[in-house]
Design a protein. Structure first.
Length: 281
């Protein structure tokens, strides 16, 4: 327990230094119980979000249900959902004193409330990729889902009913970066990688057509493909775009000196945490 509580303190202090805007609650965040999580949340410089986790005693959300961040003239609504199935057992100590409401119903209510107040809506989801897909199909109005739990590596995330679903591999192997380019007020985004691929293929086809030496049948086929690509590229005109980049987190990357110092202090206090267990041998 001492190791776990000290590590939790270290995580919060590190996230403060990283400049997090908000955090969505997952099942393992409840590992030390509701009361501990409430207490440690007071040390965070950012809000904990729990849109569908309700405190049994008060009947209210364990933390605030959503957060609105204004940046570059945009109002961005952020909320959080935890899948009840991850704490399905009534005897699971992590759900003691808590009631987890249905994700789809909760999401519908939150999106309805956020839509008139915001330009973009982001869901911090702790459900797993299959459930994120289901939610995107069931509820319109979520622009970005930042998913977790299953640890699927989505390098080229396809829009799903106008919702971009993101997720990275587990265990701190990668960091995902999403860049949005806005040309209009419509919150629908096309993948810039698709546009660049189409442009590259179109240039290649044009070169083939201009090179000569091909049969009439080949030329007709290439011309048809060229026209199709030009048509698809036309659909990108004036549309908002997104670019997703997956960054590999390696030991060669420069560490934050203060966080590194805190980690070393933790290891000094609990040297056994850095040693492999006997079971590993």
């Amino acid at each position: 327990m001492k190791i776990a509580t000290d590590k939790a303190q270290l995580i919060i202090e590190s996230l403060n230094l990283m400049g997090y805007d908000a955090i969505g609650i997952g099942d393992d965040d409840l590992g030390l119980g509701k009361d501990f999580l409430l207490e440690i949340s007071k040390k965070a410089n950012f809000p904990f979000l729990s849109s569908n986790i309700v405190d049994d005693e008060s009947g209210k959300p364990l933390f605030q249900p959503y957060f609105i961040k204004e940046t570059n003239g945009l109002k961005i609504g952020i909320f959080s959902i935890l899948l009840p199935d991850l704490l399905a057992s009534p005897s699971d100590p992590r759900r003691k004193g808590l009631n987890i409401r249905p994700p789809i119903e909760t999401t519908q209510n939150i999106v309805k409330e956020l839509q008139p107040k915001t330009d973009l809506i982001i869901l911090l989801s702790h459900q797993g990729y299959p459930k994120d897909l289901e939610l995107a199909q069931a509820v319109q109005g979520i622009h970005i889902i930042v998913g977790s739990h299953t640890g699927v590596s989505l390098t080229y995330p396809p829009p799903n009913k106008n919702t971009i679903i993101l997720q990275t591999a587990p265990r701190g192997m990668y960091a995902g970066r999403l860049d949005l380019t806005l040309y209009n007020d419509e919150p629908i985004f096309q993948n810039t990688a698709t546009k660049r691929s189409l442009e590259s293929n179109l240039n290649s086809l044009k070169s083939r057509l201009n090179a000569g030496g091909a049969s009439e049948a080949q030329k007709a086929q290439w011309q048809k493909s060229k026209e199709e690509m030009e048509r698809r590229l036309q659909e990108f005109q004036g549309k908002n775009e997104f670019t997703h980049t997956m960054l590999t987190l390696s030991e060669g990357m420069k560490e934050h000196p203060d966080i590194k110092k805190m980690v070393e202090t933790h290891k000094t206090r609990f040297p056994e945490t850095g040693k492999p267990s006997s079971a590993a041998h």
